[in-house]
Design a protein around this ligand. Structure first.
Ligand code: F6R
Length: 242
């Protein structure tokens, strides 16, 4: 895996946003896989800034988000869709029809997962998947376990993951849904390019295991070692154990 280490989380966001903008200029209908969470927030802020400076045009870009909580209406302010609206979609010229999301309020979960896989395939696959790293090694909501799911699926969230998401729910752990829908490991690994972002000292141990340890379902991010185009972009704190 290609490793890049930057002075700060802001530097990671600045350089990567310029990289994404360059790729969109080269391929205006780029298919982007997007993550939510704390890590990509500075990246989205930087993309908004570049868009306002007319340095990136999202008119033909297509996006697929990695995951969504199960049981939350789309418009719920705590949904990942609302998160993306707040941080990116409301501030750039990405047409609504180009934004794809798993529907967390679906009545037919199996059908929704199949629909998502097909939509990704119909778009020609993901050109660039942006990932964050769960402190327990999850990517998307592929949680550590004895086995992993290949394709988009329903998943039960670990307590640690729900705790990490509690700030989105005003700190109320009980309000964080217990289940979610998530792209699977193959959905992610089929992406042509993958960039995992990790910032902050609390990710350092997991980063070390992901890069130096064995490939294991106990640490889903370790599967990125199998991908030819996977890159890991870190700040110094996240790289401190390497
Ligand atoms: C969110 C997602 C998760 C997060 C991970 C890290 O869409 O897919 O895998 O990327 O939980 O979250 P933060 O960035 O908040 O540490």
């Amino acid at each position: 895996m290609r490793l890049r280490v930057f002075r700060s989380a802001d530097a990671v966001a600045r350089v990567f946003a310029r990289d994404v903008a360059r790729r969109i200029r080269r391929n205006p209908s780029l298919v982007l896989g997007l993550a939510t969470g704390r890590t990509p927030v500075p990246l989205y802020a930087e993309l908004v800034r570049l868009h306002r400076a007319s340095r990136v045009d999202f008119a033909q870009v297509r996006t697929f988000n990695l995951d969504e909580f199960l049981g939350l209406p789309t418009r719920d302010p705590h949904s990942y869709r609302s998160f993306m609206r707040r941080h990116l979609f409301a501030h750039v010229n990405l047409p609504r029809r180009n934004i794809q999301f798993l529907n967390g309020s679906t009545r037919d979960v199996d059908r929704e997962c199949v629909r998502y896989e097909r939509a990704i395939r119909r778009a020609g696959g993901l050109d660039l998947q942006i990932l964050g790293l769960g402190a327990n090694g999850h990517i998307g909501f592929n949680e550590p376990g004895d086995a992993l799911n290949a394709h988009t699926h329903r998943t039960r969230l670990r307590v640690a993951t729900r705790r990490a998401n509690a700030p989105l729910f005003d700190g109320r752990l009980n309000a964080v849904p217990r289940e979610a829908l998530s792209m699977g490991m193959a959905t992610i690994l089929y992406s042509r390019r993958i960039v995992l972002l990790a910032t902050g000292a609390e990710k350092a141990r997991c980063v070390e295991r992901m890069l130096r340890g064995p490939v294991t379902p106990r640490l889903p991010a370790s599967f990125l070692q199998l991908h030819r185009g996977a890159e890991v972009w870190l700040d110094r704190a996240a790289a401190s154990r390497l």
